[in-house]
Design a protein around this ligand. Structure first.
Ligand SMILES: Cc1cc2nc3c(=O)[nH]c(=O)nc-3n(C[C@H](O)[C@H](O)[C@H](O)COP(=O)(O)OP(=O)(O)OC[C@H]3O[C@@H](n4cnc5c(N)ncnc54)[C@H](O)[C@@H]3O)c2cc1C
Ligand SMILES: NC(=O)c1ccc[n+]([C@@H]2O[C@H](COP(=O)([O-])OP(=O)(O)OC[C@H]3O[C@@H](n4cnc5c(N)ncnc54)[C@H](OP(=O)(O)O)[C@@H]3O)[C@@H](O)[C@H]2O)c1
Length: 391
């Protein structure tokens, strides 16, 4: 018998995702919250997948079958029609239903489809409307029209153009996977990945709109039965290898996710460095994500300090950077002692404002000019002591 054992385990990655069971889907925000933030547990058993604190999970969503049915109806199609969407560069055609359900994005129409409809419209009134939308001086009208209408609205408004299934799919973008910061540590959960997900539901013109992937996970993935295509996206973001280093973590909203992983990881690894967490969300009573776990970590010493900012519990907004400013002297002492600082969550506003607050604190506490404070921050980044995972 050969002494070599060859294992032909498939390697799961972005191009070959693992089909995982979701074993838990639990509301984290309370009933009175204006948000819907959920905790998901993804089962890794049989995948051979490994992850570390700081990595993200990629999830390939499916579109809502009701949206697919609406498109089929507009096209007068049944779904079995073979198509080769130009975006996908396929060797063989797939069915229209598969293309619409799992391969192409059904949201955010572009003006390209209006041009095609104009070329094919047989009814003069429809052509006139399309010409008006595509007129060189009607840019604002066009933008508003595309924001307010879905593909189904557009197809229904210009029925005389009669697009074939192939003509229609050639206008759609690829349905892309979404990334989620992993909220668990492999030291504590080697066979599971936990996620903290804010479900996207909003209205445009009094009509409900939904995020594709968050509602796929929240509404269309029955716990314990449906399989979700996933892959691990490895990241440079992660807690310091040197377990004696202190860490400062700033993660409002879903930005909390990787820091649950960091704290679990450092506790399990026996880290001796201190852990300071800044968390913020709308209301203390409704949006204190993982409150019990943080209380327990504070008692056990897994967290040294927790500062919270509740933006909507009073008239004036209070954000995580306000809490950082309140404790500027202490924060500076930690930084001078070599602490690593991490930021996760919203990139557009939060991460920029937190970065500005950090510069201000360093300048004021260190007695530095703005230029010297910038150099201090640059050096921290070079030393990988200031890391951000923002989206
Ligand atoms: C590295 C990384 C880590 C991430 N980690 C997390 C995480 O831990 N948790 C998490 O929840 N998300 C996380 N995200 C975001 C996540 O990847 C998705 O972008 C998010 O969940 C939305 O996906 P969706 O498919 O549900 O929404 P989509 O179908 O992609 O729709 C989102 C779009 O809807 C529009 N929109 C949303 N709200 C409104 C509104 N109120 N008014 C008008 N338009 C609106 C915006 O155009 C927005 O871009 C992360 C992203 C990255 C890149
Ligand atoms: N690019 C995007 O479209 C984008 C990015 C991130 C999140 N989101 C969406 O927002 C929803 C919830 O996301 P989330 O839970 O991660 O976070 P969030 O609800 O957007 O924000 C969490 C907390 O951060 C506060 N905040 C707002 N602006 C801030 C700033 N400039 N500095 C510091 N804190 C600030 C919020 O306060 P107030 O809200 O009371 O001001 C809230 O208390 C999801 O639907 C998500 O998809 C969208």
């Amino acid at each position: 018998m050969s002494s070599h054992v060859t294992t032909d385990l498939p390697v799961f990655d972005k191009d070959n995702p693992f089909h995982a069971l979701i074993t838990e889907n639990r509301l984290l925000s309370k009933a009175g919250s204006q948000k819907e933030t959920r905790h998901f547990v993804v089962n890794l058993i049989g995948s051979g997948l490994h992850y570390k604190a700081g990595d993200s999970l990629g999830v390939y969503p499916s579109n809502d079958p009701r949206d697919v049915a609406a498109v089929l109806q507009c096209l007068g199609a049944i779904g079995d029609e073979p198509v080769s969407p130009s975006m996908l560069k396929l060797h063989e055609p797939i069915t229209l239903r598969e293309a619409l359900l799992t391969r192409l994005a059904l949201n955010s129409p572009t003006s390209k489809i209006l041009n095609t409809l104009l070329a094919k419209a047989a009814a003069p009134a429809e052509s006139a409307k399309l010409e008006g939308l595509l007129a060189p001086d009607a840019k604002e009208l066009l933008t508003r029209y595309l924001e307010h209408n879905e593909y189904t609205d557009i197809l229904a408004e210009f029925p005389s153009a009669k697009l074939t299934p192939q003509e229609f799919v050639d206008h759609l973008r690829k349905l892309m996977p979404r990334l989620y910061s992993i909220a668990s540590s492999p030291r504590e959960y080697p066979n599971e990945i936990h996620l903290t997900v804010a479900v996207v539901r909003y209205e445009i013109n009094q009509r409900p709109r939904f995020g594709v992937c968050t509602t796929f996970m929240a509404d269309r993935t029955p716990v314990g039965s449906a399989l979700v295509p996933v892959f691990v996206s490895h990241s440079h973001f992660g807690p310091p290898e040197d377990l004696s280093k202190d860490v400062i973590m700033i993660g409002p909203g879903t930005g909390i996710a990787p820091f649950r992983a960091f704290v679990q990881d450092r506790v399990a690894a026996g880290a001796t460095g201190r852990n300071w967490l800044f968390f913020g969300d709308q209301q203390r009573a409704n949006d204190f994500l993982y409150e019990e776990e943080w209380s327990e970590q504070l008692v056990r010493g897994g967290l040294t300090r927790l500062d919270t900012a509740w933006s909507r519990d009073q008239d004036a907004k209070v954000y995580v950077q306000d809490k950082m400013r309140e404790s500027a002297a202490e924060l500076w002492t930690w930084l001078q002692a070599g602490a690593h600082i991490y930021v996760c969550g919203d990139a557009k506003r939060m991460a920029k404002d937190v970065d500005a607050a950090l510069h201000e604190i360093i300048a004021a506490q260190g007695g530095l000019t703005p230029e010297q404070a910038t150099d201090y921050v640059k050096q921290m980044k070079k030393d990988k002591r200031y890391q951000r995972d923002v989206y």
